[in-house]
Design a protein around this ligand. Structure first.
Ligand code: HEM
Length: 506
């Protein structure tokens, strides 16, 4: 079927008196994906708009994203200039870097570290952190954002740097604070319109005293470097786990294989650490929110968990194949409320033609996930939360066998082509472990106010930046059966103690 392509008439959309700006003022600063989806209804699944002389190609259909970013990946795997994110990470943040030699070397290392075999070795650490998260969430549900973030951060700190820390201490808090700040800074400085230099690169030639953005970037880059470098050097020896599997150790043992300098590896590891921060925790927040909105799905998950696991042991990765309902709720949550709702931009390095449609060299390509994951043909009744679309043969997304599907492989929420998220498998495991352990031990319900009335859960109240996270919401956590949380706590404690013992004996 031919794809309908439209070019938005830029003259029609140009604001009078601002020829350079193009459509820039019409692009909302937050939740741009909603506007882009509206325009797709009018102009079709691929259209272009102009901002400050740059062409933006907005894609709203998965097959087009795969054709361009996947099949034509040789020319569609660059990134937009993103001056500020690159300045504050010393040109080292993998996600923001262009199609360069550094990207190729860094990506090769990253993919190798996050290979299926390596990831398998991290499962015990992920399991411990998932269980600790459940225990803390039950004790103090209002701090949910912190507990979810900490689970991901402490898994990363162990997996990437081979470090472990005292439970609940200052060191854990510092790790969470530093990595979250790093990613928030990148998010903040990447917002279109936040810095003029993004549109007028010539400003980069200004001396620092005339360019406040350069001074700001210098302060930030120093702060981030100091933290990441410290981790890499594993200076605080008493915290070093006697583990040969951390990414830092693997690098040090086979330095010559990777072609990465001592400076570069610090930034590569920070990119893996940063990529994991915020993303899985946001997905987990959406899952919790959705089980409050749709308690019938919570019941179905718990029925499945009870049937497979029973009450005498805790869920673990070996249960993955037997729990399609848990996997369906994870996948549907990530479809309905995509973590990177606006997609992650690519850029094209050569002029190209797609179905007769001209795409100029340098154009920014935006795979708008909000629209892509709402394509009616693939996802009938796309605006509804329907985990059954992954479980019942009447839906186009159904795949057999259910011991394997649904899963997150090739899911558009993780991007496309050569830049596809290398952390997909880690994410799949950590969400499964967190979810199965949480709903094994607890019920999540709507919170009650002082008059005993249920507090409303918002339908769609999410932040409007790159990682789109639910605004704070209230819910209650109760133990399903006495003793379950005790078992959970005991398991998390025993595993953590074993890791700490290794540290002490070093
Ligand atoms: C819910 C979880 C996650 C989601 C939804 C997600 C999504 C994405 C997306 C959409 C991209 C851009 C892909 C593209 O350009 O086409 C990306 C890139 C990336 N992600 Fe993830 N991600 C998640 C978790 C992780 C984790 C756990 C890690 C690390 C362990 C990670 C590391 C990275 C890195 C390093 C990149 C940059 C890749 C490159 O530019 O070559 N992500 N992710």
């Amino acid at each position: 079927m031919p794809v309908t392509t439209f070019i938005v008439d830029t003259h029609e959309r140009l604001l009078p008196g601002w020829p350079v700006i193009g459509n820039a003022l019409e692009i909302p600063k937050t939740h741009a994906w909603l506007k882009f989806t509206e325009w797709a209804d009018e102009y079709g699944p691929i259209y272009q708009i102009q901002a400050f002389g740059t062409t933006l190609v907005i894609i709203s259909k998965e097959s087009i994203a795969n054709d361009l970013l996947g099949l034509r990946g040789a020319i569609y795997s660059d990134r937009p200039a993103l001056v500020m994110p690159r300045l504050i990470s010393d040109d080292g943040f993998l996600g923001a870097i262009g199609w360069t030699d550094y990207w190729r070397r860094a990506r090769r290392f990253t993919q190798s570290m996050l290979s299926t075999a390596n990831i398998q070795q991290s499962v015990p650490k992920q399991t411990t952190e998932a269980r600790q998260m459940v225990v803390d969430l039950a004790k103090s549900p209002s701090r949910y954002a912190y507990w979810l973030e900490r689970a991901g951060v402490m898994t990363s700190v162990k997996q990437i740097y081979g470090l472990t820390e005292e439970r609940g201490g200052h060191a854990e808090e510092r790790h969470v604070h530093e990595i979250v700040s790093y990613m928030e800074e990148i998010d903040r400085v990447a917002v279109p319109g936040a810095y003029l230099v993004e549109f007028i690169p010539a400003l980069l030639r200004l001396p620092t005293w005339l360019a406040p953005f350069k001074r700001e970037a210098k302060v930030l880059v120093r702060r981030h470097w100091e933290y990441f470098e410290l981790l890499m050097q594993q200076k605080s020896k008493k915290h070093v786990m006697n583990s040969d599997v951390s990414f830092a150790r693997r690098f040090l043992k086979s330095k010559d294989d990777w072609g990465l300098s001592d400076r570069e590896i610090v930034w590569v590891l920070s990119s893996i650490y940063g990529g994991a921060s915020g993303t899985s925790a946001t997905a987990m927040q959406s899952i919790i929110l959705n089980t409050c909105l749709f308690p019938e799905w919570q019941q179905r998950i718990q029925n499945e968990i009870d049937e497979v696991v029973g009450g005498n042991r805790l869920p673990d990765m070996d249960d993955f194949a037997s729990m399609p309902t848990v996997r369906a709720v994870i996948k549907e949550s990530m479809r309905w409320r995509p973590v990177l709702s606006g997609g992650f931009p690519h850029a094209v390095t050569k002029d190209d033609v797609y179905e007769g449609y001209h795409i100029p060299k340098g154009a920014i390509i935006i795979p708008n996930q909000w629209a892509i994951l709402r394509e009616e043909q693939l996802y009938p009744d796309a605006d509804s939360f329907k985990p059954e679309r992954w479980l019942e043969p009447k839906y186009p997304t159904y795949q057999e066998p259910l011991t394997m599907y649904p899963n997150l492989k090739r899911f558009a929420g993780f991007g496309h082509g050569r830049r596809i998220c290398p952390g997909l498998e880690v994410t799949e495991k950590s969400l499964f472990l967190q979810m199965s352990n949480l709903y094994w031990a607890c019920n999540i319900t709507r919170a009650k106010d002082e008059n005993g009335r249920e507090v409303d859960i918002p339908w769609y109240d999410y932040t409007g930046v790159a990682i789109s996270t639910p605004h704070p919401f209230r819910f209650a956590v109760e133990e399903r059966e006495e003793g379950r949380l005790k078992m959970m706590e005991q398991s998390a404690l025993t595993e953590h103690e074993a890791e700490m013992t290794l540290v002490r004996t070093l």
